[in-house]
Design a protein around this ligand. Structure first.
Ligand code: HEC
Ligand code: HEC
Length: 476
């Protein structure tokens, strides 16, 4: 009896010990899980913010036919100068039929039809014979001073209509803005984009409260133009913060609507443009990356997936059957890529202060620019299609990106995004290594802002492992 009692008691004791031990194990597990949820050292989690909903179909229509830049070259002058051309681009109808896909036909507030740039000036690109809307423009030449071409256009518009015409009035905001900012927005190399600087230069010329144009700049426009590689739109839906340094917070539609700053008359027009942007963002959220069109070695890619998940996923997330994306900002110290873009917003606080105090930074759906000392680790969906790599487009192929000593210092490509120019082994556009910068088509990584340092996470891979990771990246 006593024996059984003792036995029962010891069983209870054992049960309790097991229970406590089990609890401890669970607690340690939980703690470990919490620790792995903590962002890796040198990284910060970017919090999401609420976004407005919209209609994707209406958004796409707005992209093709909308008038968020509502000043430009009068359609009649444009047709006379450019003649019949490029019919069929994006299959547009009406006045936009036959107009190059980088431009829209907009009707100005005083009723004149003008040809004006659009989001697709920078956010569409040719790839293997097709126009891919959402692929960043990587071929445009921003090295020349755009104000020069407007001097010529001034002459053509005056000659056609005279200075006291509705056409001149419709054209003037585009000419005025481009001539004011043109000298400041030149890149040193064909390919990368000066959009950050365009924004900075325009903010110097607009009154914050009502966005009215000011002929003389309110603050100095610093001389350096930091080049950026236009990011692919199909990545945006995963991101909690926009832009390479995670600068763009709050309402994304409001942030994107700032493109209207080029020519709009005032904040009433900004409000009208802003009302369409939730639709555009809704359309952008439906985009999927283009599929890799060449053969993939599935066996090698499966080996690459394992290596990627060990070495890369903590920053870039997971793909395929279990999708995750950690939304991390990586400090400049840890990433080591060219610091100038991130630093520019810190050394010139007048631009983001202007934005946050302006019409854009007010109200329920306000946008916010909050600079950071680092770069976002981007999602890598469709990465095969978006060469060259890094925020400044300084590295031509994935093979070079994952083997930093091999990156070319001076390099050049022919800017024809065709199958014949695609390097399926190194993954990116074929290029030649040059001895020095000979012309605007040579990428010179020794210039400030154009550096190709950092992101050395692929250096330690063996040649075999690197090949496998690259094969896997083709599948994303
Ligand atoms: C002059 C070229 C240009 C025009 C025009 C332009 N963009 Fe951009 N856009 C860029 C560049 C360059 C970036 C990246 C800037 C950075 O991260 O520093 C960008 C970034 C973005 C992003 C953030 C993407 C990301 O993943 O962080 C969105 C969204 C966007 N643009 C939408 C638009 C919309 C909508 C329009 C039209 C209303 C537009 N853009 C017009 C050049 C342009
Ligand atoms: C500590 C975080 C971190 C790790 C680990 C990491 N990356 Fe990155 N990666 C980044 C950041 C941040 C950028 C953007 C840097 C920039 O543009 O200046 C980037 C950029 C890239 C790009 C270029 C993206 C583009 O659109 O140009 C590729 C490709 C890439 N990483 C692949 C990898 C692979 C493959 C691995 C693993 C071998 C890896 N990364 C490991 C943070 C990381």
């Amino acid at each position: 009896m006593l024996k059984t009692q003792r036995c029962e008691a010891s069983q209870i004791m054992l049960g309790k010990t097991l229970f406590i031990a089990g609890g401890l194990v669970a607690a340690i597990g939980l703690l470990a899980a919490m620790q792995s949820d903590k962002p890796p050292e040198g990284t910060t989690y970017l919090e999401p913010s609420p976004q407005r909903d919209g209609s994707p179909a209406a958004g796409y229509q707005y992209l093709l036919y909308g008038d968020f830049v509502s000043s430009g070259i009068p359609l009649k002058v444009f047709r006379r100068v450019s003649g019949a051309n490029s019919a069929g681009d994006l299959d547009r109808t009406g006045d936009a039929k036959g107009i190059p896909f980088r431009f829209n036909v907009a009707t100005t507030p005083n009723g004149v039809k003008v040809v004006a740039p659009t989001c697709l000036t920078c956010h569409a690109e040719r790839l293997n014979g097709q126009i891919v809307v959402g692929l960043g423009n990587n071929t445009y030449d921003h090295t020349a001073d755009a104000s020069a071409s407007f001097q010529a256009a001034d002459f053509a518009v005056k000659l056609a209509f005279g200075e006291n015409s509705p056409e001149w009035e419709a054209y003037l905001p585009a000419s005025r803005a481009t001539k004011s900012i043109g000298p400041y927005i030149r890149t040193k190399t064909r390919g990368p984009n000066p959009a950050d600087k365009i924004f900075a230069a325009l903010s110097a010329h607009r009154r914050a409260a009502d966005l009215i144009w000011l002929d003389s700049a309110q603050f100095d426009i610093p001389l350096e133009t930091v080049p950026t590689d236009v990011p692919a739109w199909w990545l945006t839906k995963k991101k909690n913060a926009l832009y390479y340094n995670g600068l763009g917070r709050g309402d994304f539609a409001r942030l994107a609507s700032a493109s209207g700053m080029l020519t709009m008359l005032d904040s009433a027009e900004a409000r009208r443009i802003d009302s369409h942007l939730p639709d555009v963002m809704a359309w952008i959220r439906t985009l999927e990356p283009p599929k890799y069109p060449y053969p993939i070695d599935q066996h090698l890619a499966a080996a690459g997936k394992k290596i990627f998940e060990q070495r890369c996923s903590k920053c870039h997330g997971t793909y395929g059957d279990s999708v995750s994306y950690p939304n991390l900002l990586v400090s400049l110290e840890k990433i080591g890529t060219d610091p100038l873009l991130a630093q520019a917003y810190k050394t010139h606080p007048e631009y983001h202060s202007w934005y946050n105090d302006s019409w854009y930074g007010k109200g329920v759906h306000k946008g916010q620019l909050l600079p950071n000392d680092g770069y976002v680790a981007p999602p890598l969906d469709g990465i095969w299609a978006t060469a060259p790599y890094l925020h400044n487009a300084s590295v031509p192929t994935l093979d070079d990106l994952l083997n930093s000593p091999q990156r070319p210092v001076f390099w050049k490509r022919n800017f024809e995004n065709t199958e014949a120019n695609y390097d399926q082994g190194k993954v990116g556009w074929k290029y030649t290594t040059e001895p020095s910068k000979t012309d605007t088509e040579t990428y010179d990584t020794t210039l400030p802002g154009y550096g190709n340092s950092g992101h050395r996470f692929g250096d330690k891979l063996s040649a075999e492992e690197r090949k496998a990771v690259i094969e896997y990246l083709k599948m994303l």
